[in-house]
Design a protein around this ligand. Structure first.
Ligand SMILES: [Ca+2]
Length: 473
């Protein structure tokens, strides 16, 4: 056992350990399938309001589980992934930008962005390490984006890695999934998928491998971290589906991109394959399913079209307005849990770590502990009672970098109030998300007392977690 398993343990896993969990854990450990889509926006699924994208399997999953309407991620890839695996905020980890961004020399911007680290430190405790210590098989399939070869999934508690690299996107979704990527024409590939054949499609192939691993686990408990690359750019939809959506797009529909729509339908089909396979293997009643996205939908132009819109939310990936950070989240538990519940409590990706530990009954007795303070809190209680409240005062966000949708910024949400603070001019904006979810009416002047209080809290949080901030040039 690794020396870092110190005793600052998950009393949270004990708190509220339900009869359901205790029974499940004592009979046979629950399996976990954690499915992450990449850059999927808040309204991109049918059950979240898309009027174009067809997602029957995910809609069905939402009917069988709990659909969160105010789930948050970090605004870009690697920070969310690090937060999910550790339960710790990206700002505390110092991983505030995607990996390539952390390595890129700063551009000629007004502020010098904060220095971010590109690789998830080995000193952190990951979900995979926790599950492995508890006797689970631990599989990573798909996008990793949390470090170089020295920080690959195999070094972070996973028994096996298929498809994960330090890159954030494939060169192409079509076989052989390799080629030059981006303006730099860097050669990229997706390892672990064998020879394959022309016509193979990346999202399908990752699922093929995931299903084989579920088979191979046989009766042993497993943690499957299935992190699809899709629907991140490049927008390579299957041609037949692209054509289908091309004929369906009408003026006035919220979503308008046929390639993106095709990729989302294929994502949905593959989630359906995983669910059907679990059913066939009689594992449905022993498996927790989580489906989420790692950040808000991308609103940039790609091949001459806007990728998606997060309307009615403002902005998209990279931004700390809701469109950048609010994401779909669906969780289905086995057993007699509420079906088709909708939960409006704000939750955040750091919560998955303590939630999964609680659901699987992993406690101090398993000898597991995070590497330090957790920002996440368990929302297991909401899965049993979606109308319950979480005991949390505020959620914080920190993106001390530039992106196409933002300049360096931090934000705090407390109750219905949300404050954003921009580093370039110390400007604050205050919104009431209950009456103004689209963040159109800045109330910072009108409600100056509330704004000042929230700003103080934001500053105190940044100091507490040691958040790195931009500096003047
Ligand atoms: Ca992403």
């Amino acid at each position: 056992m690794n020396g870092k398993w110190i005793c600052r343990v998950l009393c949270l896993a004990v708190v509220e350990a339900s009869l359901f969990c205790a029974q499940a854990a004592s009979v046979r450990p629950l399996n976990v399938v954690l499915i992450l889509a990449d850059d999927l926006g808040w309204t991109d699924l049918g059950c979240y309001g898309s009027d174009l994208h067809q997602t029957p399997h995910l809609d069905q999953l939402a009917r069988e589980g709990v659909r969160f309407t105010q789930a948050y991620a970090m605004p870009v890839c690697s920070p969310s992934r690090a937060a999910i695996l550790t339960g710790r905020h990206a700002a505390r980890l110092g991983m505030t930008i995607w990996r390539e961004g952390a390595l890129r020399p700063s551009q000629n911007e007004k502020l010098l962005p904060a220095q971010a680290i590109p690789d998830l430190p080995h000193s952190e405790t990951t979900l995979a390490e926790v599950f492995k210590a508890a006797g689970y098989l631990t599989f990573h399939v798909g996008k990793w984006h949390l470090g170089d070869a020295d920080h690959s999934p195999e070094t972070q508690g996973f028994d096996l890695n298929i498809g994960g690299t330090h890159w954030g996107a494939p060169a192409t979704y079509f076989h052989p999934f390799s080629g030059p990527f981006g303006q730099e024409r860097e050669f990229r590939y997706v390892p672990g998928l064998g020879l394959g054949k022309p016509g193979d499609y990346l999202t399908d192939r990752l699922t093929d491998e995931a299903l084989k691993l579920i088979e191979a686990a046989d009766s042993r408990p497993f943690f499957l971290n299935l992190w699809y690359y899709t629907p991140h750019t490049p927008l390579d939809g299957k041609p037949g589906l692209v054509e289908k959506y091309r004929t369906r797009i009408q003026p006035g529909l919220r979503h308008q991109n046929p390639d993106y729509a095709a990729m989302i339908e294929t994502l949905d089909t593959n989630v359906g394959r995983v669910l059907a396979h679990l059913k066939k293997r009689k594992l449905t009643e022993r498996t927790v399913i989580i489906f989420a996205s790692d950040n808000g939908g991308t609103i940039i132009q790609h091949r001459g079209r806007q990728v998606t819109t997060n309307h009615p939310l403002r902005s998209g990936k990279g931004s700390l307005y809701e469109g950048g950070i609010r994401v779909p989240l669906i969780v289905r538990l086995p057993g007699k849990t509420p079906r088709g519940g909708t939960c409006e409590q704000p939750v955040i990706c750091t919560d998955l770590f303590p939630t999964l530990l609680e659901l699987c009954g992993l406690t101090a007795t398993n000898g597991v502990a995070p590497a330090g303070p957790l920002e996440g809190i368990s929302f297991a209680s909401l899965l049993r009672e979606p109308g319950a409240r979480l005991n949390r005062e505020a959620l914080f966000f920190h993106y001390p970098h530039y992106y196409m949708t933002t300049t360096p910024v931090s934000a705090v949400r407390s109750g219905d109030w949300k404050l954003l603070e921009y580093f370039a001019d110390q400007r604050v904006e205050l919104y009431n998300l209950a009456s103004d979810p689209g963040e159109q009416n800045d109330l910072a002047q009108q409600k100056s007392e509330e704004a000042a209080q929230l700003r103080d809290r934001l500053h105190a949080w940044r100091a507490e977690v040691g958040a790195r901030v931009p500096s003047a040039r």
